[in-house]
Design a protein around this ligand. Sequence first.
Ligand code: ZN
Length: 193
Amino acid sequence: MNNPKLPKPKSVDCGTPPKGVQAEKKGSFKMLDDLTDDVFDQLMAFNVLLPARDSLGEIYLLSSEGEPLFEEPYALVDFYCLNPDCDCCKVTLVIQDKKNRPIATIAYGWQSVSYYQQWGLDKTTASLLSEGFLDPMGPQSKKSDMFLEIVQEMVEINPHFKKWLQNRYHLFKKTVPQYGKTKLLELLRGSKT
Ligand SMILES: [Zn+2]
């Protein structure tokens, strides 16, 4: 990656999940407040922008013997930043239980540490992002650490998963400019036109 064309984000907070985020229905989060902020500073779930596409998938937790620990899988919902001028190359993964409650929020970026440093993050945060970390801005639970380990392992050992995230990011970024700010705001609020 030579001389990446780096965006000039208004703030490095770009891509933190919306405050007061709450599960509304599967693959969708309703914004509770903060919509007075610029819509381009917000995150949106992939399936809210592109509902016809596949969801990211589900995680079954297995015991060491390979037996499912719980009957129900956990859903993996991927959020990306709406700023069309921002190339942050990162995803916020929210893990939801079967009642669509957020259980863990994980930020992960597939670019190099130096990419994120040039983007404006300090070295520690840049390193954390390129490994995946529990996003302090999003909902967490007692199971967060466990899901962080699972996601870190998935991006490390499964190149398809990483590639899949990158493809969804690019599709998301390509789709955003097709909507006006008003429409994006409506989608964020969960209203239907
Ligand atoms: Zn961004």
